[in-house]
Structure formats: structure tokens, C-alpha cells
Design a binder for this molecule. Structure first.
Ligand SMILES: C[S@@+](CC[C@H](N)C(=O)[O-])C[C@H]1O[C@@H](n2cnc3c(N)ncnc32)[C@H](O)[C@@H]1O
Length: 350
């Protein structure tokens, strides 16, 4: 047997056994995510997976499991070529997508790992067709799949719930200091005694006590969220006394047309796969002349820095984009504030 051939064969055998080793004890969550990706993306083979990040070991486990989830006939797999890839960033790891262009018909899977803010200087993530949030290597979550590859209905609900479920128990520990900002935002949203208010994407219900106080005994507050763990946490800390808590998707609210006087939505719109459709559904649930408050306790620039990403002007909450988005959905933007300390956009239902 020619020397090169036997060397290639032993390299292949080594790769197989490395693959077996790193797949032992793989968390169930990785199995779920990779199976879902393979089910959604297999018809688009061949697949190129770019693995980069500060933790090549964990990245390798994910990458190997993803490769194994695809039928052999649809894999274009070269783990060596992508592990440990460094870009032009000064401090070691950079997004592989900042230095590589995707080949025609191939799918790039961008694996986020390692220290935060690594990608703030690059635009790699925005070019990825698939984004996996891999900050917790035991709990990877699909955060983005380009709509041309898969309908969001196939992955958005289960993956967003997985993302927030893992954070529910610690949400208030982490963000509890923001409560006065919620009270002030409710005050500035023009909620009146007797109003019916929906807090859509209410999470652990940080706005609910202030909303209940503003509507008074003649009013009514509903807290809606599609992550049951968030609502369980809201109940655990007693916020179920301020509002009825309902498991519901903001894209299909379980309420009649025109029920709400005010919709309060903190940190929701950025998580909707189709913000225009989401805002239209909020409009459907609101009476003519009713109001919408889109809030976040820190501004967009500060939030982008916290998440280690670049702020893009075409994001749904950017001022240039939000006005037209709201107008197309049945709202008129009446005030827009995006400072360091809070984001608050108010709109009125046409
Ligand atoms: C960033 S958190 C904000 C939670 C809460 N409003 C707060 O300010 O603390 C976003 C929340 O929106 C929920 N969410 C995201 N997309 C949703 C959807 N389509 N329908 C209902 N809830 C959604 C998540 O489960 C999560 O609780």
C-alpha cells in the first residue's frame, strides 16, 4: 500500500476515534440542538461548519455531534481546518466569519464561545446563516437561522423558550436593581386608572406591580409570556397577585381584538423573528387610541455592548426603522428615547 494512502487511512481512523471520545457524555441539550439543525438543514448539504471560540474543547464536542447528526452523504466535514482558527483581532480569537467567506451552497454555522465582546469589532455574526449561542457549552441554543434556510416556526418557539427557561431562576437576582426604572417607565407610559393593560413578554413580571398600581382596582393587568419558567418565577416572587399570568405567544395573543388600552412590552421586540408581524398583532389587541410602550432599562448601545455585538442602524428598535415599522403595523410613534439609562418608545394605535 502506498505510504500516503496508509497515512491518510490512519489519519481517518484517528479522527473517528477522536470523534468517539469527544462525543462521550454529551449533554442531552447538544443532542437536541444538533438533531434539530440537521433535520432543518440537511436538504441544503453540503455543510461547512465553522467552529471558533475561546473554548475549542467544548466547540469540538458540539461540532462533532453536529457532523454526526447529518447523514454521511450530506457532510462536507473538516474539523481540523476550523478549530483554533484565529483572525486579525489582536487578542487571539476572532470570529472565523470575519476572515472567511462562505463557499457557494455551503452553510456556515457560527459558534459563539469564550469571553464576551470578542466580536464587537467585527461584523462576522451578521453574515452567519446560523447562530448558536454557546456561552454555556452544556446548554447551546439556536439564536438565528436565516429564514431562507428554515421557517422560524420550526425552531423559534422551542429555542427561545430554552434560552429564557435557563435564565428564569436568576433573572431577578441579575437584574433586580432595575425595578425603579420599570416603575418610572410605567408612569411615563400614560397608564390610567381603570385601564386594561397587557404586559407582553412579561418575564418574571418586573413591571407588573407598577402596572397594577397604575390601573388601580377598576383596571386589569395580564402578564403574558411564552416561557412557562418565567411565569413560574413571577408567581414564586408573588407577582401573580398583581396580574393574571398567562402562557402565550406574542405572535398570536389569546385575546379579542381591541381589548387593551395599553400594551407594555419590555425587551420583547428584539426577540421576535418578524417584528412587523409582531407589532401588528399587538395593534390587533389594542383599541383605537390605545397606547404601546416599548421599554428596556438600558439603552440600545449599552445593551449591544453587554451582549458583545455591534449596534446596527437597521435593527427594529433603531429610530429610523421603528417609525416605519410601527406605521405599517397600525401605530404612530409619538416619542422615542434611547439614552444610556433607558430605551422607551411610545406609540398610539391608529
Ligand atoms: C428580555 S426578556 C424580558 C422580560 C421582562 N419583560 C423584563 O423586562 O424583565 C424577554 C421575555 O420575552 C419572552 N418572549 C420572547 N418572545 C416571546 C413571544 N413570542 N411571546 C411571548 N413571550 C416572548 C421571553 O420568554 C422573555 O421572558
Amino acid at each position: 500500500m502506498p505510504a500516503e494512502r496508509s497515512e491518510a487511512m490512519s489519519r481517518a481512523a484517528l479522527h473517528r476515534s477522536l470523534g468517539d471520545c469527544i462525543l462521550m457524555g454529551v449533554p442531552q441539550r447538544i443532542t437536541e440542538v444538533t438533531a434539530l439543525l440537521a433535520a432543518m438543514l440537511a436538504p441544503r448539504a453540503p455543510l461547512t461548519v465553522i467552529v471558533d471560540g475561546g473554548d475549542p474543547g467544548a466547540a469540538a464536542v458540539f461540532a462533532a455531534k453536529l457532523a454526526a447528526a447529518f447523514p454521511a452523504s450530506s457532510r462536507a466535514w473538516n474539523i481540523d481546518a476550523v478549530l483554533g482558527l484565529t483572525g486579525p483581532g489582536a487578542d487571539g480569537f476572532d470570529s472565523a466569519l470575519n476572515v472567511l467567506e462562505p463557499a457557494t451552497d455551503q452553510i456556515l454555522v457560527y459558534l459563539r464561545g469564550g469571553p464576551r465582546n470578542r466580536f464587537a469589532a467585527g461584523d462576522g455574526e451578521n453574515r452567519a446563516q446560523v447562530v448558536i449561542d454557546h456561552r454555556d457549552p452544556e446548554w447551546p441554543v439556536i439564536r438565528h437561522v436565516h429564514p431562507s434556510l428554515a421557517d422560524p416556526d420550526r425552531w423559534y418557539l422551542s429555542e427561545s423558550r430554552a434560552f429564557f427557561a435557563a435564565r428564569a431562576a436568576n433573572w431577578d437576582v441579575k437584574f433586580g436593581d432595575d425595578l425603579p426604572a420599570y416603575a418610572k417607565a410605567v408612569q411615563d407610559s400614560g397608564v390610567r386608572p381603570g385601564d386594561v393593560v397587557l404586559d407582553v413578554g412579561c418575564g418574571t413580571g418586573r413591571a407588573l406591580p407598577a402596572l397594577a398600581g397604575a390601573v388601580g382596582p377598576a383596571g386589569r393587568v395580564l402578564g403574558l409570556d411564552f416561557t412557562p419558567d418565567m411565569l413560574i418565577e413571577a408567581g414564586r416572587v408573588g407577582r401573580d397577585s398583581a396580574a393574571a399570568l398567562i402562557v402565550a405567544d406574542a405572535r398570536r395573543l389569546p385575546v379579542a381584538d381591541g381589548v387593551a388600552d395599553v400594551i407594555f412590552a419590555a425587551g420583547l421586540v428584539n426577540h421576535l423573528p418578524d417584528p412587523a408581524a409582531g407589532l401588528a398583532e399587538l395593534a390587533r389587541a389594542t383599541r383605537g387610541g390605545g397606547r404601546l410602550a416599548l421599554f428596556h432599562p438600558i439603552g440600545r448601545a449599552a445593551l449591544a455592548t453587554r451582549h458583545g455585538r455591534m449596534l446596527r442602524p437597521d435593527e427594529p428598535l433603531g429610530e429610523a426603522r421603528l417609525g416605519p415599522l410601527l406605521a405599517g403595523a397600525g401605530w404612530v410613534l409619538t416619542s422615542y428615547e434611547d439614552g444610556d439609562n433607558r430605551f422607551l418608545a411610545l406609540a398610539t394605535r391608529l
